[in-house]
Structure formats: structure tokens, C-alpha cells
Design a protein around this ligand. Structure first.
Ligand code: NDP
Length: 433
């Protein structure tokens, strides 16, 4: 904290891991001797850069770009780009830190990174987005590559932005190195099922967790925060598995439909027409749009935070518990504060932690890279089946580690230990690097 003051999100992410891995450090003195933790909290490289671009009125705008290449012990750096006004070094470092252990959990050979900008894409025209993406890539391109660092999307960066970023990368590097960015469109190297992967993967994990604790997802009431990529496809899979999604949100408000949200309608509004969630009531007048109120006050069986970090604080956790919620599945990164995590676990609420439960996106990104290397395209079913296997494996590994360290059902601890151990072993093997 002394070395990196003013980085509360980064400290929070470290604290969560350190609490979980305490018993591992006690029983493995070689990890302590090799100073693995001290090395992990110092990113291998952090890049900050100026992003100048011209807005629609002809005025020059200046934003700040970031790429934190945190750890490459088990593979090339990999992690998304976030475009949101809240992006700063602390946020990017926390995301890169989380990403390192998440990527290890997938069982694939990918290290951890994250990047982005404080650029606010909301309300910007297509041309403005393109201008910004091109300027951003004009600096970023020299730091990335299919064997070096492979960025992808995150908040505010979807297929459109990846298209502009990849187009500029291709132009200035003069090579069609599709494996340098993932989340691409299908016509230029993207993978079927990538778009769906984080949300689908979240539900595969949550479903497995529920089954193993004697619950069925069928008929359960689900509330999802957010209505972006992760939220949308969590909604789709939750409905397919037999649950009822009663509410979804954006940063202005939420939609509540007691009969269950219709996926096709919400998909059309958000992904095709790029409109706000409030439009939903125009199609379903019996649904309600509620502004500036907490979605988590609604009674639900399963809560899926799929928007921003620190969405579920202590007070929200108390509300969820008193409303009878049985499980929380983290689609977003670090959506639950450490105090809220402790309370939920102490009350035996099943908690599927982000590192494990939302790893389906990055896992499928690695499958996209595999397809790019072989210049092949796999079917949706093939990618989805591999994703299912990966999520089951992540669940099993998290569960096994939690059992081994005497806290069965504590998937936060289990996922942290399983991911950390893999990275630590590789770092020890490399010696002092
Ligand atoms: P998107 O940009 O597609 O969607 C984000 C959604 O969250 C939007 O609906 C946005 O609404 C909403 N939101 C933002 N702030 C708030 C708020 N304060 N209250 C309610 N809703 C809010 O991002 P993604 O779906 O890609 O990412 C969501 C989360 O999942 C992030 O934490 C990301 O790091 C994580 N994640 C994403 C992966 C992926 O594959 N995309 C992989 C793993 C994790 P609005 O339009 O109003 O801003």
C-alpha cells in the first residue's frame, strides 16, 4: 500500500488472494522463499500512453491508454481492453491481477494482462469510436503480438471496437496476424460461441455448483445486473436451463418482468439496435422500468452481478440473504466486496467467484487463437462442448482445492488456491526472473 498508494481496487484484489492462500504459504516454504507473492504484485510491465483523437465537432480530445502486462509465467499475456471513464491504473492493475489466476484456472497456456482507456464510448458516433480505436492501436500495436500479448474486449469494447482495433493493427504491422486480438468478427478470424462464452460459462459453473449442493436451477428466480455482453448471454443460458430471469439493468435503471424477461427482445434492443434497457417496456407494457433504485432489492434465488466491480457491498449482501437468495454467480470481475464475500460465505450462500465462473470468455478466446493458428474454423457445437468441459474442470479444481484446505464449498478460496499454485510453480521453475 505504501508503494502504490491510491490504488484501492488493486489492494482489494490482492487482499482477497492473500487471505485465501495463507494456508498454502504456510505449508509451502519454497513459495515464500522464492518471493512469489512479492513478484506477483509487481507487474512485469505497465504501459501508459497518450491517445489523441478528433471528435465529431473537429475538436482534439486527449485520453489516457493503459496496458498492464502482469505475468507471463504460463503463457503470453492475455486479457481484455476496457473503455470506460472509471478506468485508471488501479482498475487496470486489479483486472490484470485477477486475470492472471483466472487464465491459469482455464488450464490453457495464457498469462495475465489487462488494458483500456478512460475514453467514454457512451453517446459517441461510429466515426468517433473508429477514430479513437485507431489512435489507441497506433501506440498499443508495438507492445502486442500473437506470441507476446493478445488483447480482447471488456466493458465498452465489443466486436465493433475489436474490428477497428484489428483493422488498424493489420494496417500498421503489415501482417494478417489474426491471433493478436480475440473477439474478432466471424469473417476475419473470430470464433463461433466467443460472444456467448462468458455468460454461458457462468451458467455452466453455477449449474454445476447448484447440482453439487442438491439444488436444481429449474424454476429459480434470477436477477442479473447489467445488460451488456456477459449479462445478455447469462440471461440466454439461464432461460435455456429452465430458470426465470426477472430483472436486468444498465447504469440508469432496471427492468422488472415478473413473467420472465424475453431474451429475443432484450437482445434486439441491446445488441442489434444498441438502445437502452428502458425500451423493453415498449414491447412488454406489463413489465416495469425502475430508475435509480437498486436491482438487488428484488427478491431472487440466484443473483448474477454482470456489470461492474463492487456492485454487491455488505448492505446488498445482507439484503440478498434476508430475501432468501441461495447463490451468487459473479459474471463481472470483482463485483463483490471482500466484506460481502465473507458474509455470504459465513451464511452458506453458494458463491461462484469471478476468477472461476467468468473464465469461459478468456478460455474461448484461447480457442479462437488455436483456430487462428491452424487457419481453421470450428463449429458452434464444438466450441461450446469444449467450453462446457473447461467450466466443469474449473469447478472440479476449485472444489478440490477448497476440500484439500478444509473449507469445502468455499469456491473463492478454492479458485484462488488452484490458480495461484499453477502460476507459483511456473515462477519457481524459472528462477529469479
Ligand atoms: P459491456 O460493456 O458489454 O456491458 C456492461 C454492462 O454493465 C452495460 O449494460 C452497462 O450499462 C452496465 N453497467 C455499467 N455500470 C453499471 C452500474 N453502475 N449499474 C448497472 N449496470 C451498469 O461489458 P461486458 O458485459 O463485456 O462486461 C461486464 C463485466 O464482465 C465486466 O466486469 C467485465 O470485466 C467482466 N467480464 C467480461 C468478459 C467478456 O467476455 N466480455 C469476460 C470476463 C469478465 P451502461 O450501458 O449503462 O453503461
Amino acid at each position: 500500500k505504501q508503494k502504490n498508494p491510491n490504488e484501492p481496487e488493486f489492494h482489494q484484489a490482492i487482499e482477497e488472494i492473500l487471505t485465501s492462500i495463507e494456508p498454502v504459504l504456510k505449508s509451502n516454504p519454497q513459495i515464500v522463499k522464492a518471493k512469489v507473492v512479492e513478484r506477483l504484485v509487481e507487474p512485469e510491465r505497465q504501459i501508459m500512453f497518450r491517445v489523441p483523437w478528433v471528435d465529431a465537432s473537429g475538436e482534439l480530445q486527449i485520453n489516457r491508454g493503459f496496458r498492464v502486462q502482469l505475468n507471463s509465467a504460463i503463457g503470453p499475456y492475455k486479457g481484455g481492453l476496457r473503455f470506460h471513464p472509471s478506468v485508471n491504473l488501479s482498475v487496470v492493475k486489479f483486472l490484470a491481477f485477477e486475470q492472471t489466476f483466472k487464465n491459469a484456472l482455464t488450464g490453457l497456456s495464457i498469462g495475465g494482462a489487462k488494458g483500456g482507456s478512460d475514453f467514454n464510448p457512451k453517446g459517441k458516433s461510429d466515426l468517433e469510436i473508429m477514430s479513437f480505436c485507431q489512435s489507441f492501436m497506433t501506440e498499443l500495436y508495438r507492445h502486442i503480438g500473437q506470441h507476446i500479448d493478445i488483447p480482447a474486449g471488456d466493458l465498452g469494447v465489443g466486436e465493433r471496437e475489436i474490428g477497428y482495433l484489428y483493422g488498424q493493427y493489420k494496417r500498421i504491422s503489415n501482417s494478417f496476424e489474426a491471433g493478436t486480438l480475440t473477439g474478432k468478427g466471424l469473417s476475419y478470424g473470430g470464433s463461433l460461441a466467443r460472444k456467448e462464452a462468458t455468460g454461458f460459462g457462468l451458467l455452466y459453473f453455477v449449474n454445476e455448483m447448484l447440482k453439487n449442493h442438491g439444488h436444481s436451477i429449474v424454476g429459480k428466480k434470477v436477477v442479473i445486473s447489467g445488460s451488456g455482453n456477459v449479462a445478455l448471454y447469462s440471461c440466454k443460458k439461464a432461460i435455456e436451463l429452465g430458470a426465470t430471469v426477472i430483472a436486468m439493468s444498465d447504469s440508469n435503471g432496471y427492468v422488472y418482468d415478473k413473467n420472465g424477461i424475453d431474451f429475443d427482445t432484450i437482445h434486439r434492443i441491446k445488441e442489434i439496435e444498441r438502445k437502452r434497457i428502458s425500451e423493453y417496456v415498449n414491447f412488454y407494457p406489463e413489465a416495469e422500468y425502475v430508475e435509480n433504485k437498486r436491482i438487488w432489492d428484488l427478491q431472487c434465488d440466484i443473483a448474477l452481478p454482470c456489470a461492474m466491480q463492487n456492485d454487491i457491498d455488505l448492505k446488498t449482501a445482507e439484503t440478498l440473504i434476508s430475501n432468501g437468495c441461495i447463490a451468487v454467480g459473479e459474471g463481472a470481475n470483482m463485483p463483490t466486496t471482500n466484506e460481502a464475500i465473507n458474509l455470504l460465505i459465513s451464511k452458506n450462500i453458494l458463491l461462484a467467484p469471478a476468477k472461476a465462473a467468468n473464465a469461459g470468455g478468456v478460455a474461448t478466446s484461447a480457442l479462437e487463437m488455436a483456430q487462428n493458428s491452424s487457419r481453421m474454423s470450428w463449429t458452434f457445437e464444438k466450441v461450446d462442448n469444449i467450453l462446457k468441459d473447461i467450466m466443469k474442470n474449473i469447478y472440479d479444481e476449485s472444489s478440490k482445492a477448497a476440500n484439500e484446505y478444509g473449507q469445502p464449498g468455499n469456491y473463492v478460496m478454492g479458485a484462488n488456491i488452484a490458480g495461484f499454485t499453477k502460476v507459483a510453480n511456473a515462477m519457481i521453475a524459472f528462477g529469479a526472473v
